[in-house]
Design a protein. Structure first.
Lengths: 77, 253
């Protein structure tokens, strides 16, 4: 998947309409990022990449980039 | 004075709007000033409902609600024509009276897809920021008194209606942050086509016995529609996650 496509998916999952995000955005700074939205992101990653992450995995997540690294660099063009 | 019970200018989507409780909800909501969006499979009967509405900006969609992938286009078209959504009534439902020994997995699937899953899918999509009014919304699911008590031969129906009242509690908690209230109504015996069909399978003595248990007599679609208006209106602004029993005293015994 292309990085910009992933960011769009992430925006859709978090329902970010007026907020722009990029690889350096810290997810924890977003109002929409909470325990339920983490579950939604896990489902989105499973659907798009076939990878099952756990809530535990997300403890170390800060930026969008760190999330992409967790999914695996090889998953992105 | 503005009544807190008014639905003036609210856009309210209604499934199962071609008959019974859904049809009456549509008519009553339009009388309270709402723009209603009617959804059901049967176009002819939808038009009959449409022609009974008070004046307003109403729409109707002839759509099978179990075609889940088409739900978003209905909502999207509604929002582009009328503006964002303020309310939703899931009144579509099917009844099935069959003893356990002849129930089949496909019967449960059918009951759950119409009575439960389609309604939850509508709720999911309406909850998106791009479709939801900035002041939030009110969702009302029509369950049944058979979600709280039961009769024999209704395993599929009772469990599907029970799923509604359990599901709306979780939904209410989850969607409160978006200022969406989610409630269900559990009607008792309401005089509708669906109930007439159910009665055709019963003996006269069974029908008599059943009717006797409704202390205030058999209900009318109006009785449920009025409860719906209340839950959709600002008068119910502090009510969410609850199941309102409208059963003429049936379950009090």
């Amino acid at each position: 998947m292309k990085t910009n496509e992933f960011i769009e998916e992430l925006k859709e999952t978090l329902e970010l309409e007026d907020v722009e995000i990029n690889e350096n955005t810290n997810l924890k700074d977003l109002e929409e990022y909470d325990s339920l939205s983490v579950l939604a992101i896990i489902a989105m990653i499973d659907e798009n990449f076939g990878k099952k992450l756990s809530g535990q995995d997300f403890q170390s997540i800060t930026t969008v980039k760190s999330l992409m690294e967790l999914i695996g660099k090889d998953c992105f063009e | 004075m503005n009544s807190p019970f008014s639905l003036k200018d609210k856009n309210i989507l209604i499934t199962g709007a071609s008959s019974g409780i859904g049809r009456q909800c549509a008519i009553s909501c339009s009388q309270m000033g709402a723009n209603v969006i009617l959804i059901a499979r049967n176009e002819e009967r939808l038009k009959e409902t449409y022609n009974k509405l008070e004046r307003g900006n109403h729409l109707f969609f002839s759509q099978d609600i179990t075609e889940y992938n088409k739900i978003e286009s209905v909502i999207s078209e509604t929002v582009s024509k009328l503006g964002k959504i303020n309310g939703f009534i899931h009144s579509a439902g099917i009844e099935m009276t069959l003893p356990l020994k002849v129930m089949k997995p496909e019967y449960y699937n059918k009951l759950f897809s119409v009575n439960v899953i389609s309604g939850f899918e509508f709720a999911k999509i309406i909850s998106k920021k791009k479709y939801l009014d900035s002041n939030g919304a009110s969702f009302v699911f029509i369950a049944s008194i058979m979600s709280v008590v039961a009769n024999a031969g209704l395993i599929g129906y009772c469990s599907s209606k029970g799923a509604i009242i359990s599901g709306i509690r979780s939904m209410a908690i989850e969607l409160a942050r978006k200022n969406i209230r989610v409630n269900s109504i559990s009607p008792g015996y309401i005089q509708t086509e669906m109930m007439k069909k159910a009665e055709e399978k019963m003996s006269d003595s069974k029908i008599k016995e059943l009717r006797k248990n409704f202390l205030l007599g058999i209900g009318k679609p109006d009785d449920v529609a009025n409860a719906c208006i209340y839950l959709l209106s600002d008068a119910a602004r502090w009510i969410t996650g609850t199941n309102l029993i409208v059963d003429g005293g049936y379950s009090a015994k």
